[in-house]
Design a binder for this molecule. Structure first.
Ligand code: SAM
Length: 230
């Protein structure tokens, strides 16, 4: 099997990401926690119980303990195409309720309440994206939720950060409009779309305005929250 693109970034991922995010003044943890908190808030409004979570494209597994803790989940499974990234995740995040698998070892089994993905699909070749989304949908319970987070090509700050990021060289960005089309064609029903991260730390006094800007598709990242309608 040929090595996955992220095998060569698995050990330096944290450092590479920190370098590209430095311009925003915020850390990887800041963005990860905000994404997970916003996901939890949206899921909370729907009143759905979340016991089993999938983190698709989990990389080094950094989101997995954060998801487990924020949702008080019974089980969080991280899957990734990069065997090296899964090795790092297994070494650094060892807790009984957390599990890590390569996509080649994973069989979607319809038991997941909430699937989560962040910054993964712009690394998947366009022709393979729907098949990956269908696998995620098959992993979900009927009516199970999917939080699809992506970097927004309509935001100039995102364009700048990605242009300086070591592992984004081959990224093919996905607009919010295109994401919704892809998700619908894979059998998801779109529930809501929000965009976050408008202002860097030095403009943090403007962040209260983000609540008003959230429905516009212009933030640094966006969430499409959808459900398994298949
Ligand atoms: C930018 S990293 C994001 C890692 C993690 N989601 C995070 O938020 O820190 C993109 C990840 O997507 C993974 N990836 C790329 N193509 C994939 C695929 N077809 N299936 C699963 N994971 C994939 C890469 O191996 C890499 O770990």
């Amino acid at each position: 099997m040929s090595p996955a693109e992220f095998d060569r970034f698995a050990r330096s991922y944290d450092e590479d990401l920190a370098k590209s995010l430095a311009v925003t003044g915020e850390s990887r943890e800041f963005y990860a926690q905000k994404r997970i908190d916003w996901t939890a808030q949206c899921v909370g409004h729907l009143g759905r119980p979340v016991r089993r979570i999938l983190d698709y494209g989990c990389g080094d597994g950094a989101n997995v303990p954060m998801l487990a803790s924020r949702f008080d989940a019974e089980h969080v499974l991280g899957v990734d195409v990069s065997a090296e990234s899964i090795a790092v995740a297994r070494q650094t995040k060892a807790e009984p309720k957390m599990q890590f698998l390569c996509t080649s070892e994973w069989t979607p089994d319809g038991t997941v309440d909430l699937a989560f993905t962040n910054g993964v699909f712009h690394h998947i070749p366009p022709k393979e994206r729907v098949a990956c989304l269908e696998a995620i949908r098959r992993s979900l319970e009927p009516g199970g939720l999917f939080a699809f987070w992506e970097n927004n090509p309509w935001n100039p700050g995102t364009q700048f950060v990605m242009s300086r990021c070591a592992f984004d060289e081959h990224a093919i960005k996905i607009s919010p409009r295109h994401a919704k089309k892809l998700l619908s064609s894979a059998g998801f029903k779109i529930l809501r779309t929000d965009s976050l991260f408008y202002f860097p730390r030095r403009l943090s006094f403007l962040r209260p305005a983000e609540a008003l800007l959230r429905p516009l598709p212009l933030g640094g990242q966006y969430l499409v929250l959808c459900e398994n309608a298949g």
